[in-house]
Design a protein around this ligand. Sequence first.
Ligand code: BGP
Length: 479
Amino acid sequence: MTKLPDGFLWGGAVAAHQLEGGWQEGGKGVSLADVMTAGDANTPREITDGVLPGKNYPNHEAIDFYHHYKEDIKLFAEMGFKAFRTSIAWTRIFPNGDEALPNEEGLKFYDDVFAECKKYGIEPVITLAHFEMPWHLIKEYGGWRDRRLIDFYLRFAEVCFNRYKDVVKYWMTFNEIDNQADYNRKFSMATNSGLLFADDSTPAEREAAMYQASHYELVASAKAVRLGHAINPDFKIGSMINFTPQYPASSKPEDILMADKAMQKRSWWSDVQVNGEYPGYMKAYLRKTGYAPDITDADRAALAAGKVDYIGFSYYSSNTVTAKADNPDYNFDGESEQTANPHLPKSDWGWTIDPVGLRSSLNWLYERYRVPLMIVENGLGAYDKVEADGSIHDPYRIDYLRAHIEQMEKAVDEDGVDLVGYMPWGCIDLVSAGTGQMDKRYGFIYVDKNDAGEGTLARSRKDSFAWYKKVIATNGEDL
Ligand code: BGP
């Protein structure tokens, strides 16, 4: 008797702009990701005004999945994948985002990708908007601060639901919709909502725009859920959030309150998506701050009618917070006060490594929402070394994943959490979303390409490839 249910969706996750490349092929339009330069551990990526000569745009070629998808999906099948999470590039379907008719060549590309998955019995798990949108919608409409985006998004969703209704069952509306909670990181505002700000914009301006954009996204998401269910009642349409538990640094009540508030600051999106209405704490906050986003009665009805079927989430690390000395009643205003956790090691990129936090997260989410859960991202970004004989030994990655899977199994087996699948992030090396680097690697499959964009793009199996294959074959018994 294995700890995980039969039919558990073992697999891996990627996103279109981080691996496809082919940025100008098949009638594709320019997306936000196409105008983002590469950064590094210390330099953030830059969002340029169009594509400028002399700059490095890592997403243009990425790992060229556009031309390698057959080879890559074959490797996923060799590992025994039951599921493959990817996204549909909005700009392949609607190059500008606001045209009336879709681009047939873009639709055909995903017909082929999904058919290739099905050939091996792999279930596609599809995100509609994963950190990218048509650049035109940002330039012309200001991104999601404009209500018209709801209809553009719904047209995109409707075309995808209709076209792939017999091959895709699991959908997610927006990747990490809660990731814009940190409105001080202008980069997050752009990737999540297409919100660009002048350098001298104030935190209050950015925060107000974030609540407005988020509201329109939530309405679009709820309407997409309803539309999807009408097109195929068997669809499972989920929320997708980044889940980073916030621990109090001590047993001091103010620290605990701060941790609760820091959790609410990120959880209100999923509260709306699961419960169909704004939670009390968020209504109170918007009232007190006077942000007053444009929310109509029709919007409220749409939210209530479009509750999600499940929660997909990413889990990488946890945060630890303390009360602010000058603001012990902290209520989302400004940053929560983060502090180091002496019990946890960190990755090369400074992310805490906390497997037990995954078990707590599964419990927290299941108790709060009572809907099935799906882990759609988890993993360790690390530097890999190719040995002279071409082998790649990545015991650190195996250790990270093993420790997280152990905790995930306890959450299911001992805590009774309803978990549908596990899809670690970046199952094949790809472009990092945060840094644009290639050398921040997550994959079981190595791709020969470095930060300077050099390499043959050849694929090879790391040690973790055989290890994960064994994990899947034993349904997580042999770790
Ligand atoms: C998540 C995103 C992914 C992914 C991952 C790892 O937030 O949904 O797109 O990239 O984080 O982050 P990074 O690529 O910055 O290492």
